[in-house]
Design a protein around this ligand. Sequence first.
Ligand SMILES: [Zn+2]
Length: 357
Amino acid sequence: MDSIELTKKLVEIESITGNESGVCEFVKNYLENTSIQVKKVQINESRYNIIASTGTGEKKLVLCSHFDTVPPHIPPTEKDGKLYGRGTCDAKCHVATALNTLIALSKEKLGGELIFIGVIGEEVGGDDGAKKVLDELGLKADAVIDLEPMEFRLAIAQVGVVWANLEMTGEEMHITQVEDEPNLVEEMAKIVVKLNEEFQNRFNQDSLVGKPRFNVTVFQGGETPNVLPGKCVAKIDCRHTPNETKEEIYKFIDDCIAASGSKVKPDVVETSYRSPFETSEDSDIVKTFKRLYPDIELFGYEAVTDANYFDDAGIQPVVFGCGSTKVAHTRDEHVVIEDIKKEEEMLKKICKEFLKP
Ligand SMILES: [Zn+2]
């Protein structure tokens, strides 16, 4: 099947996160009767990640993409040279091009190993997918091309993302009984103001990922106007550049709490963390792209992909692919049909060049 047909087939199968089994099965069957080795990393009976490889040797290159989509399922339709539907660009066209690249190169002599990793659970953080595969297999490789809708640009860096809660608890009481007891909502507000005032002074722009971002995106406290709040929670989304560590972000939060004048010190509770990455322009993988496609735009990505898990595992990541994140996750999600072919051609060349005997 060519990559366009294959993309359509994959988009027809609903695979909202948690329900990827149809696509897992389809991909497994698609690789049957080829010389390609297929392994599963299972989450349960029907949900699994697929690892498929061809070639042998010291040098190893990974192509990674994800099977799951955000809801709702939107079946494929074609209009004006574009393929619409859920998962068209995020990320089923990439699953298709990666699979066909693997099959095509299985018939050629490579100077190393090409590994396809098809993962589940990417849209909810990757714990069941890329992270699980890397933890379980202890996979070692030189580089990974993580395939996501990047408009044919090459992401060589990605922000780190801290999610943390600031939590205050105290005694609820009728508002007429209050003497010196602090109002948690007001005390938390002082901290939020301080955090926002100080953040841009403390952290600098990065030439790749741009400006770091700090936002309090949820603020919850109080029940009713005549009761002193017994609880207040502020939730933080902080996107930092590869030049900072998460420890520096937490130090910043602590400093702001101390300087805010708040009478109550909140607990700072991390709810999630994704580390940043930056892959050098002198790395083999970036140089390979540049050699074949000198005009390719290098940039830093302000959101999160599975690429950081590979970086954590010592595998140099880049993120690449056709389609745009501007339409991914929307009702209008689509990919230009010709771009699927173009991506497949590019991937074949890049993989061959990287794994040249
Ligand atoms: Zn995606």
